[in-house]
Design a protein around this ligand. Structure first.
Ligand code: MEV
Length: 305
């Protein structure tokens, strides 16, 4: 029986979330947590098996049909994911990219990554309103990219600079709601200034990360500055701010790495300390979940089995 199995990675933004929506650069890297889609022939009507809300996956079917200008056959689609949802890790982009690629693969069409990225961006618009397109781009192309106004530059950076990913809790707001919240404030001069400053910090971080022997202290300063500016934008809730202040109190630094959230959790926080054990021991003491992750991972790919 015909079958297609495809996976795509989640992501973290090292710098530039929100400001990237307004044309500033962002540094985005692919994580070692992936979402898998398996497609087989279906019976009766198309069925989507998933633990999460299937709406976006159904929308991905419609959008792909629209782009291909042909009706899809009846399918049985199974979605499995290692990427936690509503935590700023790009789970919806990974779903969009994986769905499109799996459909093209099942239909034996060419896997043109530019086309996949373009269709996935249309699907992302349903989920996020006016997204920048950085999430679908990293899920498609992988690695670490500098993303600005739809342009993607691959960044050769050290695979890991020793950080942990900390769970500040699921955001109750969607990325679209958080983007809309910033957009409502965008006409204020103060907001425009903050967005420009985030852009400046991102440019500096790109320069730093490109160096063979990057300065960890500089990295720490830039992450801290990015976080401060995101707090000024008003996208980080009290719970996450409390965790971040505690990390700063032990001379570490931390920032959110997606859209954030204010009513409850703000998603995953990137935590950095020159003595990582110190950071881990604080998190254990406070009972805050964290995990180590690999970055710079492969983009969408067809799986053997
Ligand atoms: C994406 O993960 C985070 C935002 O920058 C929105 C976007 O780029 O579309 C907040």
């Amino acid at each position: 029986m015909e079958k297609a199995k495809v996976s795509a990675p989640g992501k973290i933004i090292l710098s530039g979330e929100h400001s990237v929506v307004y044309g500033q650069p962002a540094i985005v890297t692919a994580l070692d947590k992936r979402l898998f889609v398996e497609i087989k022939e279906g019976r009766g009507k198309t069925e989507i098996i998933t633990d999460e809300d299937p709406n976006l996956a159904y929308y991905a079917l419609l959008k792909t049909e629209e782009f291909l200008k042909e009706k899809l056959p009846v399918l049985r689609i199974k979605i499995q994911s290692e990427i936690p949802v509503n935590r700023g890790l790009g789970s919806s982009a990974a779903l969009a990219v994986t769905m499109v690629t799996a459909l093209l693969n099942y239909l034996k069409k060419e896997l043109d990554k530019n086309l996949i990225n373009q269709i996935a961006f249309e699907i992302e618009k349903k989920q996020h309103g006016k997204p920048s397109g950085c999430d679908n781009s990293i899920a498609t192309f992988g690695g670490t990219i500098e993303f600005r106004r739809g342009k993607i530059k691959s960044l050769k950076i050290k695979p890991n600079f020793g950080f942990v990913l900390i769970d500040s809790g699921r955001a109750v707001e969607s990325t679209g709601e958080m983007v809309a919240l910033v957009r409502r404030k965008f006409n204020y001069l103060k907001t425009k200034k903050v967005i420009k400053k985030i852009g400046k910090a991102t440019v500096q971080l790109i320069k730093e990360l490109k160096k063979d022997d990057f300065n960890k202290l500089k990295l720490k300063t830039l992450i801290a500055e990015n976080e401060k500016l995101l707090e000024e934008l008003g996208v980080i809730g009290k719970k996450a701010q409390k965790i971040i202040r505690e990390i700063e109190d032990i001379s570490g630094t931390a920032k959110i790495c997606g859209a954030g959230g204010i009513k409850s959790g703000s998603g995953i926080i990137l935590g950095f300390h020159q003595n990582q054990e110190k950071l881990k021991s604080l998190l254990r003491k406070r009972n805050i979940a964290f995990f180590k992750a690999k970055i710079h991972q492969k983009g969408v790919r067809v799986e053997k089995d």
